[in-house]
Ligand binder design. Structure first.
Ligand SMILES: C[S@@+](CC[C@H](N)C(=O)[O-])C[C@H]1O[C@@H](n2cnc3c(N)ncnc32)[C@H](O)[C@@H]1O
Length: 254
């Protein structure tokens, strides 16, 4: 495949993501907030980020902003939360939430999670239900780890004294456990309905296999870069939360 064809594919995929999520933003927002157990899952993911008041955290593929209240709670009024998403329709819901709560330190911006429009170092990166949509999840995760590892611009930067930050991935994919067969069947139906482009994904390779492979690859990439990882599974292994602790760059005092 030529470089041009690859770039065109990426543009086409981005536009299909935007039109799909743009169309379904309202429905997605309801699912993202009110699915039973989802709040607990988001809280668990944010706890895995090990944030402190005043920290800087980025939510990549933030969608309608369902993680933002938990992230804002963790960093408090002195921290910074940045949500990034490709889809304007999803972001406008996130922005409405930010405005309604009057959070001045929560920002949502349109951008590509594979080329985050934020400079490091940051204290945490969260990506929930996103890596399964990326063509090269391993490269994206490596870049996200770099955001934490990035050198501070000045020795006086308070982050220079902290030794690590965290990258946390939350995903759902087919479980490998035999006991999860009925859940896997329900998950297959949900994936077909909720993954753009809906029709194209019915072809070979199956969307579930693509999703599972991307989720696995992303986690392997995170483990490779982490000095320690924590992994938890829910719903018989369908839902996974993986956190990786990323060492900070050493900054020589000026
Ligand atoms: C399944 S939703 C997850 C939203 C949110 N993280 C959550 O937990 O509810 C996936 C989101 O990823 C966004 N997305 C997909 N590919 C992206 C990319 N390359 N860069 C930024 N956002 C992306 C979509 O627009 C969509 O809002």
């Amino acid at each position: 495949m030529t470089a041009n064809a690859t770039a065109e594919d990426a543009v086409e995929r981005a536009s299909s993501v935007q039109s799909f999520y743009g169309r379904w933003a309202t429905l997605y927002d309801g699912l993202a907030r009110f699915t039973p157990g989802i709040g607990r899952l988001r809280r668990e993911a944010v706890a895995a980020l090990e944030l402190d008041p005043g920290d800087v955290v980025v939510d990549l593929g933030c969608g309608t902003g369902a993680n933002l209240p938990f992230l804002r709670d963790a960093v408090g009024p002195t921290g910074t939360v940045v949500g990034v998403d490709l889809t304007a329709g999803m972001l406008s819901r996130a922005r409405r939430l930010v405005d309604a709560r009057g959070w001045r330190n929560v920002h949502v911006v349109q951008g590509d999670a594979t080329r985050p429009p934020v400079g490091g170092p940051v204290d945490g990166v969260l990506a929930s239900f996103v890596v399964g949509m990326l063509d090269d999840p391993a490269a994206a995760v490596a870049d996200w780890c770099d955001l934490v590892h990035a050198e501070s611009t000045g020795a006086s930067d308070p982050m220079a004294s902290e030794s690590f930050g965290n990258v946390v991935l939350v995903d759902a994919a087919l479980s490998d456990r035999a006991v999860a067969r009925p859940l896997n069947a329900a998950f297959r139906a949900l994936t077909v309905l909720s993954t753009p482009p809906t029709l194209q994904f019915r072809y070979d390779p199956s969307p579930h296999d693509v999703l599972r492979e991307r989720v696995r690859t992303a986690r392997d990439a995170l483990r490779e870069r982490s000095s320690a990882t924590a992994h938890r599974e829910h719903l018989l292994g369908v839902v996974r939360v993986t956190g990786g602790r990323i060492q900070r760059a050493v900054v020589a005092p000026e």
